[in-house]
Design a protein around this ligand. Sequence first.
Ligand SMILES: Nc1nc2c(ncn2[C@@H]2O[C@H](COP(=O)(O)OP(=O)(O)OP(=O)(O)O)[C@@H](O)[C@H]2O)c(=O)[nH]1
Ligand SMILES: [Mg+2]
Length: 652
Amino acid sequence: MRCFTVLGPSQTGKSTLVEKLGALEGPARKSASPYGLNLIEFEFGKEAWCAIDTPGSGEALAHAQHALLASDACILCVSPNPDEAVLAAPYLRVIEASGTPCILFVNRMDEPRGRLRDVVAALQDYSNHTLILRQIPIREGDKIVGSCDLISERAWRYREGQTSALIEIPKDLIEREHEARAELLEHLSEYDDWLLEELIEDREPASDAVYAISSRVLRENRIVPVLVGAASHSNGIMRLMKALRHDAPKVDVLRKRLSATGSIFESALVGVAFHAYHRQNVGKTVLVRALDDGLKQGALLGGARLGPVQDPATGRPITAAAAATGDVFATVKSDHLIIPSLLSADRSVDAPEWTTPPTPMLERILVPNSERDETKLSETLAKLAETDRGIKVMQEEGTGAQLISAQGPVHLRDIARTLSEVFHVDVTDRPPSPVYRETITRSSDVHYRHRKQTGGAGQFADVKLSVHPNGRGAGFSFAETVKGGAVPRNFIPAVEAGAREAMEKGPLGLRVIDVGVTLTDGQHHSVDSSEFAFRAAGKMGVRDALAQASAVLMQPIFRVEINIPSIYSGSLVPIVSSYKGQVLGFDRDEKAKGWDIFRALIPGSSLDELARALRSATQGIGTFAKTFDHFEELYGKEADAIVSAYAHATEH
Ligand SMILES: Nc1nc2c(ncn2[C@@H]2O[C@H](COP(=O)(O)OP(=O)(O)OP(=O)(O)O)[C@@H](O)[C@H]2O)c(=O)[nH]1
Ligand SMILES: [Mg+2]
């Protein structure tokens, strides 16, 4: 079976395209996974094909990335509007990183909104591969009525809902056709010496030879050919499918590409697990592409036996024949399979780096509506995270509540829906509050005596302590300058332990950071002093000292690395500033053409708003990764509000 992915921005006609491609030679078989990919299996040119239709939302980029892991080639489906080219940037980026041969399909040509050349030029800004026209549109007035193939030099007139009719190249197009063809040949000749020579000698190369070169060039992933059409009118569909049939590499090239990442030998590679989803009463269903013959229920794959194998299109069990190389199948009760992973019979290795989804930006606390579901929620989220690497599951500091990071609001809604429909756990979500700390701004001294007389043995410990601010980030420190054994050596560690305990909750009710404690003097009693007593004295003494040392709220500051197409970099400066952030600067992203990495420091309390502002400023394309950088003092009304909210929350 040959397999390709269709990906691209939202509403560019991917699903329509896949449906039309699948129906070219009779009815296709379709599978819908409740969340994620659609697989369409069909016959074309006496071969079995599987098209993977991916969702267009930027929040679902991970699904497209994983689908590429199982694909011989891909079709990037885009709109004919040059202004929307930037929306394709994330897809060009992952396609390039994955090394998957790609055909660019400019769809919706029935709604022309600009020149095709401008669309291609705008997209070229985001691709290191040359995007090169394989067809040019035939216009009548402002309507596109057909296309002309630049290799065969044949023209086709679109017919509504049918395959196109062969026509003469319109006279007024001949010049443009020659020009575009020359450009195509010139680019191809960069990868073919024979063709180069023909061109230099000014000979007209035969179509067959050019076809062969263009196939090889796509197979080797040198250039990205551009085709055009209108999926909903079935225009350009046959041409596209024929291009795939002739030019897309077969599964052996995918095997080589995957093993070239170095983590697995090509000879050992038998499959790739690329998608999974949960179904009620069925459990985890995993989609696998076989990269070798012989996979069937009970066969070893990834270190354990494969569970029942199903037809991905119908969900019916496949019991008889084993899968052949290239087949895509579904399997259940194969919970050992990790998504995504490369599989040998006895091992499962991590998929290549490029399959890593964008860092999830939307953090939410999930609270089960019914308290009984607390354990179930954490188990279920762990399961979901196994099948969706776009989710990160953590626990909130302090409360231990379930904290998840999702790709965005739509993804979050999908997660909640799966939790409810498949696992029957209903949740409410709320934003997490930043983790605050406090520290002191001046030194203070105390003398604290711990004394208790309860019946028999008493407790006695007397300490003189001073606390002082340590430098930012220096943490806690403890020193002693006790002379003459006023506090016996063996009790000093107990004083330190007490001092550390006092740091857990300072005068503002928060954990105390960056404070130094010095034990300067004290007294002991030969019978009543104990480690316990000195620990208590250390704790209470430090607590009192902190209360007099002008405590101040500390807010977390994060370093964010924002990934954005360069055209947005300028607009980020005012956004970051408006969220009390500090711009550190931006650089070109060496790994992705047309992208910048924008760095800034930003308070934890602004991260959620930054994510939202970034989404709307960049049409959902920009993402950021954050790492904690440092704590910083926060004064004024904002600090007062946080402190009183804390005091209020801990009262109850
Ligand atoms: N005019 C025109 N409309 C089209 C064409 N192809 C698809 N559409 C329409 O565009 C809309 C979106 O089509 P889909 O196929 O669902 O697009 P998609 O890319 O799968 O969308 P998402 O999966 O949501 O990203 C539908 O209303 C289609 O009928 C086309 O070539 N021309
Ligand atoms: Mg779709």
